[in-house]
Design a protein around this ligand. Sequence first.
Ligand code: NAP
Length: 277
Amino acid sequence: MRTFEGNTGSIQLGNLTVHRIGLGTNRITDTDAAASLLRRAIELGVNFIDTADVYQHGQSESTIAKTLAPYRAGLVIATKGGMSWQDSSAVNDPNYLHDALDASMKRLKLNCIDLYQLHRTDPKIPIEATAQVLKEMLDRGKVRHLGLSEVTVEQIERYRSIVEITSVQNQYNLLERKHEAVLDYCEANGIAFIPWYPLAKAKLTHETLTRIAGAHNASASQIAIAWLLARSPAMLPIPGTLSVRHLEENIAAITISLSGEEFEELSAIAIAPQALA
Ligand SMILES: NC(=O)c1ccc[n+]([C@@H]2O[C@H](COP(=O)([O-])OP(=O)(O)OC[C@H]3O[C@@H](n4cnc5c(N)ncnc54)[C@H](OP(=O)(O)O)[C@@H]3O)[C@@H](O)[C@H]2O)c1
């Protein structure tokens, strides 16, 4: 079994190595500003970009391709399928998933997706049947690695009984920690954990956070990212932004080193949610 060793500036996704801070692109549309943001991310060394077919009805994927294709070596574009474009419900019918993958490949101008993530698990379909569909994607060479999103440990184990799972993307941040057990499971099993809403949608206000940010001459967002990175070597945050200034700030968080005491103080924030401002 692959395990994570030490807390370095990069993380393994199967046989791919990526910088530990990626970019979330769910608000990216076909604009010059978005293109500049994507290009700046690459300049800064970001080589993991998270998207999905449903983001802006395909525009996130197509703008990534329009701006960055042909892609430079080592750039990992992770996308997702399995969610309805109409109402965001889970749709895991085999034909729907295969068609969604083909459509993402076309929009992204890729003949193989480095990391394809099942966006949601459809309660109407047995997990083992969906896992078979994911396995077919791998076997057909259309996908290099597979990931899941918003899953429990029990669900991950059922998928893994059929097919190798490389990443799990669940909601997780300093303030919302309902998936601690999933994170621990991922770390123990060499699965990358990609927290969504890593910045709690920018609602990061807390006295402890403000004080520690001040001590590091850093922003609350940077401390939230530093805390995630310190929490587990399996962590691969994907802060979402449309602002070049915020992007630069978020990537610079890799240099922040929290003391053990600061880490514990920050960890206690979510345990006392009534203290949230
Ligand atoms: N798997 C799933 O089901 C799922 C669900 C939701 C999201 N996601 C993924 O997770 C990614 C991240 O989630 P998210 O973007 O919704 O939430 P987020 O990263 O927690 O927060 C994004 C918000 O923070 C702001 N922000 C970013 N950097 C900042 C900074 N340095 N200082 C102050 N504000 C800052 C952004 O505004 P500005 O544009 O002004 O910077 C935006 O309002 C998404 O892009 C998407 O790829 C996945």
